[in-house]
Design a protein around this ligand. Structure first.
Ligand SMILES: Nc1ncnc2c1ncn2[C@@H]1O[C@H](COP(=O)(O)OP(=O)(O)OP(=O)(O)O)[C@@H](O)[C@H]1O
Ligand SMILES: [Mg+2]
Length: 461
């Protein structure tokens, strides 16, 4: 047997049937854990780190379909073989739709079952290795996978899979913080250029002339300060990928030069005459509506059509509410691991608040909030009271559309932090000021300034 370290969990409410299959599998030297109580199955699967599950469909208490959903939610790599009594073929088919590995009609042909078990184990191993590999690659290059089950995100993932291996230009659009850079990373690292340079240029960060010398390079002495010949990003990106972030910010001048590079795949350095050839793949990101920019004369139409070959538009977070719990718990886990804290998954109450908020800063804002919550967490679970007020109250439409300034954010953070410390210390200003390591006088001032409305406990003062 090839997969001798994979555990099988077997579930059937019919004890006799259960015993029979258990014996057969044990006889073939499989590690089998059997139970007739389906409500215990998920715990057994977890505690035994099962890779394959064989389960009856019709069972009292928790039926096979419900169990299947729980298993898939817990670990998508686990392969489930469903056993069905005569007359429940429909349920069996549905189970395959829900992600079961296969179904078999009872009484099961033993040889066929053994073959299926072997295949399921193989599948589990591959799935597991794939997940591990993908994770390792992601960790090495330091990028987050694109999380989400929303239909549009699923479509985007499929699209990436088909277009990544090609060399076509991809225009990635979407509001700030929706994951454009993650999409760009994924495309590059899933392409054949993955081991070649991946060069990122933020078009909004530099003045026109600096950006041009950054992109095209310059010859020694081409302008004051140009002491050495400098290779441009298009040259460095040869055989690899170049990401032009915030491409909507390019000046019309630079747009014209970019157009030429895209058409001819060649250019000259600033102040130079030698023609440099280059072979790069272009990815472009923007949170602007480029077609609008074209209409307003701020973006060249010909350039637009050249880069809009395969557009990918990321939906704002408020339009993919179903992904909020998934993302929130993903960040919670990731951040608490980083900060070496053990935190329970978010409660339904907290998730409900998150789902109702409209996230003007999209996924980035959600991640930032979680970062703040994890840093400040002192209990094993984050509660509704920990959530910043502006999120709990949903904020007004207007507030939600602007990103608050750093000063405001800091003030809000300080206010919440003080409230929490006071609560933890029985509302005693003396104790809280000691914990916060500030003078009592200053704490009083802050309480006044922030209008913190708590029945202060001055006993110990
Ligand atoms: N689907 C997602 N899954 C996991 N993390 C995500 C996802 N979308 C965004 N993030 C996280 O949110 C943050 C912002 O994402 P990213 O930088 O890709 O946004 P962007 O669209 O490029 O924003 P901007 O326009 O401001 O540059 C990052 O920390 C990223 O890891
Ligand atoms: Mg970005």
């Amino acid at each position: 047997m090839k997969h001798d370290n994979i555990n099988i969990v077997l579930i059937d409410d019919d004890v006799q049937v259960l015993k029979m299959y258990e014996n057969i599998l044990k006889h073939k030297n499989y590690n089998v854990i059997a139970t007739s109580d389906s409500t215990k199955a998920i715990e057994l699967i977890k505690s035994n780190n099962a890779g394959v599950v064989i389960s009856d469909i019709i069972m009292p208490k928790l039926n096979g379909m419900e169990l299947l959903q729980m298993i898939k939610m817990y670990n998508n790599s686990i392969q489930v073989i469903m056993l069905t009594a005569e007359g429940s073929i429909e349920g069996a088919l549905e189970s395959v739709n829900e992600g079961a590995f296969t179904y078999m009609a009872k009484p099961v042909d033993i040889e066929a079952l053994l073959i299926m078990v072997e295949r399921a184990m193989e599948f589990y191993t591959i799935r597991n290795e794939n997940n591990l590999l993908r994770q390792q690659v992601a960790e090495i290059v330091g990028f987050t996978p694109l999380i989400g089950r929303n239909k549009e995100i699923e479509e985007i993932r499929k699209k990436i899979l088909t277009l990544a291996p090609t060399s076509t230009t991809v225009l990635i659009t979407g509001e700030s913080g929706t994951g454009k850079e993650i999409v760009a990373n994924t495309i590059h690292y899933q392409s054949e250029r993955a081991e070649k340079p991946f060069i990122k240029v933020n078009c909004a960060a530099l003045t026109e002339s600096l950006l041009e010398s950054e992109l095209f390079g310059h010859e020694k002495g081409s302008f004051t300060g140009a002491e050495k010949t400098h290779k441009g990003k298009f040259e460095i990106a040869n055989n690899g990928t170049i990401l032009l972030d915030e491409i909507g910010e390019l000046s019309l001048n630079t747009q014209a030069k970019l157009l030429r590079v895209l058409q001819e795949k060649e250019f000259e350095r600033v102040g130079g005459t030698t023609i440099i050839e280059t072979n790069f793949r272009l990815l472009a990101c923007t949170n602007k509506n480029l077609l609008e920019e074209v209409k307003k004369g701020r973006f060249r139409e010909d350039l637009f059509y050249r880069i809009n070959v395969l557009p990918i538009n990321l939906p704002p977070l408020r339009k993919r509410v179903e992904d909020i719990p998934l993302l929130a718990n993903y960040f919670l886990e990731q951040l608490s691991r980083e900060m070496r804290k053990t935190l329970e998954p978010l409660s339904p109450e907290v998730l409900k608040i998150f789902e109702e908020y409209n996230w003007p800063g999209n996924v980035r804002e959600l991640r930032n909030i979680l970062e703040r919550l994890v840093v400040m967490a002192y209990k094993s679970q984050i509660t509704v009271e920990d959530i910043p007020l502006e999120i709990r109250c949903g904020g007004t439409e207007e507030q939600n559309n602007e990103i608050i300034s750093l000063r405001e954010a800091r003030a809000e953070f300080e206010k919440q932090y003080i409230i929490r410390t006071l609560k933890q210390n029985n509302n005693s200003v003396a104790k809280a000021s000691a914990v916060l390591d500030i003078a009592k006088k200053n704490l009083y001032r802050k309480i006044n300034n922030y209008g913190i409305n708590i029945n202060l406990n001055n006993d110990s003062d």
